[in-house]
Design a protein around this ligand. Structure first.
Ligand SMILES: O=C(O)c1ccc(O)c(O)c1
Ligand SMILES: [Mg+2]
Length: 631
């Protein structure tokens, strides 16, 4: 599978775009005319610059409002085309993209358009060039790839072919089966883009909201499968018009694009009708069994505060690392590591972000295979020296530059607690609170980063993303989207902050980057847990009494239940699957907190309660006397 991306997809000046595109590993690049026009070098300079980056120019575009023009406009279009052919020859590309006409004066008619294209094909052939015709979803007459194909078929010229673009086909919900019968030689190139499902004007949707395959909601894999079934094995080229990408950083966005194509190729390859698509095989998406541990980096002073909080939550110090200053706190199946070592990645993470949960370990079926897949998908590997006899944990870089460790139960990785740790003699004074497992890990990122991490997690792990929900903070909106698997053993919530006055935005700003802002633990009995926490000296987040009157009325709760909720500061929600109970800690430091939940069948995350608990949490932001633990 040869990969390409249009310059329009990436922010910056043309040289910056090309550098980012080449660094991400693409084979080719579509030169958008505006990027070329804004650059003050000759077409030959641009061509040389592209090739110096090891890239091929896959096409030059767009050539607009060509077919079906009445005279005298018609003659003018051919003069215009000849000028573009001149540029292309100097650039060193042989393919021009003609997008279907949007001009109000254009005339319809398949045969008229076919005749125009045939004539253009004759002119292109004289120069050894080719023309690909693409139906824009909002074009005046030709807005369906089936009509565009019929025009190309009737033009019947070797230098005229079809360009398919997933957005135009899928935004109109056109039948992708119609692609399967197109001869592969007549598909000159395939453009790919995804988009979130939003009900809006097609042109506006396309020009502002496209995103990388896998980041949106369109069935791009199904579209690509139909292409592969024709036997096409040419370039797959990303063409992403997106406001955030235009304003974002070039390198990570280009890297996301490359990852999206590799992931897409892998999805198509796994299908029996994948045709002749050449894609390097890789292990399948890693099934996640559970969260292995969450690790905090801290200095000695903050560590004392953190462990004091962990103890009020019922965690017991269970073991200490044999060679590093790392302690294991455990309760049920939850393992929290507190790393105060002066060496290694934890200490550099502490130097940048302060105390934070900088690493997470996921237990997968096979850690080596998961690692292999992650690397095939351009993940950045991480390793640091370990002492003799200790287990080397495979890891990749994750959100906010933190670490994502991969463990399994089939190798020594499943025995790290025996191999690397010594049981602790301390303990006893803490009452266990019935916390059983990590329910979810909430990571706060800048809003623009959300697609990056959704793609990262869903391409490497067997998990899906849920639709985006808006979380209302008194100071703004935070967008939340969940990556989860069917069993619920992996649940990651990603919260995208748009401004720094929200609790999430404050957290990012004050801890110098994205990261884990809260950890949610599951209990089988929230009331028993609340009582045990109280005995341990834990102070729950105080919820407004007004909330309980409303919740009783809304769900028709028994007053006795409402009273118990109110007394324990427990929030309540319900969906079609069951009931949900939530209890929060106050915030520590710049906004980190713990959540305790009981799910009685409920599948969501309590979004309806978010406004109330955020308001309460913000009251605790940096109060006197609370420990300073940043998330
Ligand atoms: O938005 C547009 O005009 C436009 C131009 C060229 C394309 O290939 C396309 O998909 C859209
Ligand atoms: Mg296109």
């Amino acid at each position: 599978m040869k990969t390409s991306i249009a310059t329009v997809s990436i922010s910056g000046e043309l040289p910056d775009k090309l550098t980012a595109i080449a660094a991400a590993g693409f084979d080719g690049v579509e030169i958008f005319e505006n990027d070329f026009l804004a650059f003050d070098g000759s077409p030959a300079d641009v061509g040389r610059m592209v090739r110096d980056h090891g890239l091929e120019i896959t096409l030059f575009q767009p050539f607009r409002d060509f077919e079906g023009m009445p005279e005298p406009h018609r003659s003018r279009t051919f003069v215009r085309a000849e000028r573009k052919f001149d540029v292309m020859q100097q650039l060193g590309t042989d393919l021009l993209l003609v997008c279907s006409n949007v001009s109000p004066i254009s005339l319809g008619g398949i045969d008229r358009a076919a005749a125009d294209l045939r004539e253009l094909g004759e002119r292109a052939a004289k120069r050894g060039l080719k023309v690909g015709f693409e139906a824009l979803a909002w074009s005046r007459h030709i807005h369906d790839h089936r009509d565009a194909w019929e025009i190309v078929r009737r033009a019947d010229h070797p230098n005229i072919g079809l360009i398919l673009d997933s957005f135009h086909t899928l935004s109109r919900k056109l039948e992708v089966n119609s692609i399967r019968s197109i001869p592969k030689e007549k598909i000159f190139i395939v453009q790919l883009a995804d988009a979130p499902l939003i009900d809006m004007d097609l042109l506006y949707w396309s020009r502002h909201f496209r995103n990388m395959p896998g980041e949106g909601d369109l069935p791009v894999a199904e579209f690509t499968r139909a292409i592969a079934e024709t036997g096409y094995d040419g370039y797959f080229s990303l063409e992403i018009f997106n406001d955030q990408f235009r304003g974002g950083a070039a390198k990570p966005i280009a890297a996301d694009g490359h990852r999206s194509l590799i992931y897409l190729g892998d999805q198509v390859r796994r299908h029996p009708d994948a045709g002749s698509l050449t894609v390097k095989p890789m292990p399948e998406r890693a099934p996640v069994q559970r969260v292995g541990f969450v690790e905090f980096a801290a200095a000695d002073e903050d560590a004392a505060d953190l462990t004091a909080i962990l103890k009020t939550l019922g965690f017991r110090k269970a073991a200490s690392h044999r060679s590093k200053k790392v302690d294991l706190y455990q309760q049920g199946d939850i393992r929290i590591l507190v790393n105060t070592d002066d060496n290694g990645f934890a200490s550099s993470s502490y130097a940048v972000h302060g105390s934070s949960a900088y690493a997470v370990a996921l237990v997968v079926d096979d850690a080596q295979q998961a690692m292999e897949r992650a690397l095939a998908l351009d993940a950045e590997p991480f390793s640091q020296p370990v002492a003799a006899g200790e287990v080397e944990l495979p890891a990749i870089r994750g959100v906010g530059g933190g670490l994502l460790y991969l463990l399994d139960d089939k190798s020594d990785l499943g025995r790290i607690w025996d191999i690397d740790f010594e049981p602790s003699v301390e303990g006893g004074e803490v009452e266990e609170a019935g916390l059983r497992r990590v329910d979810h890990i909430a990571q706060t990122v800048a809003y623009e980063e959300m697609p990056t991490w959704l793609l990262f997690y869903t391409s490497i792990f067997a998990a899906a993303k849920t639709p985006m929900v808006d979380i209302i903070d008194p100071a703004g909106v935070v967008r939340s989207q969940v990556v989860e698997n069917a069993s619920g053993s992996l649940r990651l919530t990603l919260n995208g902050a748009e401004n720094r006055r929200t609790l999430a935005g404050h957290f990012i700003a004050e801890t110098f980057g994205s990261g884990i802002q809260h950890l949610a633990f599951h209990t089988d009995d929230i009331f028993a847990t609340a009582a045990a926490l109280r005995r341990n000296g834990f102070r729950p987040l105080q919820i407004s009494p007004n909330y309980y009157d409303d919740v009783e009325a809304r769900f028709g709760l028994e007053p006795a239940l409402t009273e118990r909720l109110r007394a324990a500061n427990i929030l309540y929600d319900r969906d079609e699957h069951g009931e949900f109970f939530q209890l929060y800690s106050p915030t520590y430091g710049e906004g980190f907190f713990f959540e305790i939940i009981e799910r009685r069948g409920y599948r969501g995350y309590g979004a309806a309660n978010a406004i109330f608990r955020i308001a309460a949490l913000k009251k605790h932001l940096r109060p006197e006397g609370l420990p300073k633990i940043n998330g």
